[in-house]
Design a protein. Structure first.
Length: 402
């Protein structure tokens, strides 16, 4: 009876934090397929659009550093709900923005709180779920990405096309309010990390994390993985419309098919990683990801079905490798420093996202006939970072009982 109750509590926890993850993932992801709509509505170019995407990431990086001063000092439930409420207000500001610069500032605030949410979600998985089931739990939470892709993005694009670009942000706010209320009722209190002695200096926990060589290796590994994806991801929609020949009305199909595929593969990848080993499964998925990394940046004009094969394999493998990778990263942390470590990991990932987006934005340009040029070079950079991550994962020590 007690075992059944414990399993049900785990399921409830995973359900609510998956919903919270869904809201902040959708809020981040929606900017990329909205690219062509925003560029036309706000009269901006690819570089300015890249800054809109990067502002979220750079703000998340800064907030991740600031969060190291307090994230392990508070009970997890109260902290994640407080940050989630501030994130909701920031997303509402995005929907009410009057123009490009106000949207840029609002995206910055959304990133500041969204980055901390991402760290807290992974921290709660590490605190509440045993290592033997952690990849499976991570796979279930990763279905937030799948649902955001298969349902959230197409619906948001429909709202943007049929109402205006502000509508998707209002939609996210409504969902966030729902999951905030569920979190109040369902989330358990997690306070075992508070049993340790308090830190004298506000940044003492951060310094303790950075003194551990294994933590540093895990953070570098995390940066390489994110960099290899986000040189490409923000510009896929723009490349699809301008180079591949996909109509703007067909963009939701790409996310619908790709998201549906990841919905079915994410949990299976998590169970596979728990069964066969996180490092081995990561290496296999990351090695397989090299092919779609090159395909989506080189293929040129093709029919929609061919492009769907490329993008769906990209979604499955690029997001799939993150499931064992995040388990490896989370399990590299000392338990009493996990929240601080995951905040620094959020900072590391956000910086990698922002730098990758800006670097790709400087390489990519519009050609004479409106096509995007420079995307193949971006693909080579992504592959190089991916290969480095495959090699580097073997350098990380996993604390299996943390």
């Amino acid at each position: 009876m007690q075992k059944h109750k414990s399993q049900q509590n785990e399921k409830n926890l995973i359900f609510v934090i998956s919903g919270i993850q869904f809201c902040h993932v959708l809020d981040f992801m929606i900017m990329m397929p909205l690219g062509p709509i925003l560029m036309e509505a706000l009269k901006i170019d690819a570089h300015e659009f890249g800054l809109l995407v990067a502002s979220y990431s750079f703000s998340a990086a800064i907030s991740g550093i600031l969060a190291t001063t307090f994230i392990d000092r508070f009970e997890r439930k109260r902290l994640i709900l407080a940050i989630f409420s501030l994130f909701t207000l920031a997303t509402l500001s995005c929907g009410l923005a009057s123009g490009y610069y106000t949207l840029l500032v609002a995206r910055g605030f959304a990133g500041a709180f969204g980055g901390i949410i991402g760290a807290l979600v992974q921290t709660m998985i590490g605190d509440a779920i045993p290592y033997a089931r952690r990849a499976k739990a991570g796979g279930m939470v990763s279905t937030a990405f799948s649902i955001a892709t298969v349902a959230g993005i197409p619906l948001s694009l429909w709202l943007a096309s049929n109402i205006q670009w502000r509508a998707p942000f209002i939609f996210i706010v409504v969902l966030a309010l729902l999951f905030f209320l569920l979190g109040l009722k369902i989330l358990p209190e997690l306070r075992q990390h508070l049993d340790h002695k308090g830190h004298v200096h506000p940044f003492s926990a951060m310094f303790a994390v950075l003194r551990d060589p294994n933590h540093l290796r895990a953070l570098l590994y995390s940066a390489l993985i994110i960099f290899s994806g986000f040189t490409i991801i923000p510009y896929i929609t723009i490349y699809a419309v301008n180079n591949v020949g996909i109509h703007q009305q067909e963009i939701p199909i790409i996310y619908l098919v790709g998201g549906a595929a990841t919905f079915f593969t994410a949990r299976r990848i998590g169970m596979w990683a728990d069964r066969k080993g996180k490092v081995e499964v990561y290496r296999r998925l990351a090695s397989g990801a090299i092919i779609p990394l090159l395909l989506v940046t080189h293929i040129g004009a093709v029919p929609l079905p061919v492009w769907l094969i490329c993008t769906t394999s990209f979604f499955v493998l690029i997001s799939g490798r993150m499931i064992p990778a995040m388990t490896i990263i989370t399990s590299a942390a000392q338990p009493n420093l996990r929240g601080t470590f995951m905040s620094l990991n959020s900072t590391t990932q956000s910086l990698s996202m922002g730098l990758a987006t800006l670097l790709a934005g400087f390489i990519i340009a519009h050609g004479e006939h409106g096509q995007i040029v420079g995307y193949p070079e971006v693909g080579y950079i992504a592959v190089a970072a991916n290969v480095l991550a495959i090699w580097f994962v073997g350098k990380i020590s996993i604390l299996r009982y943390s």
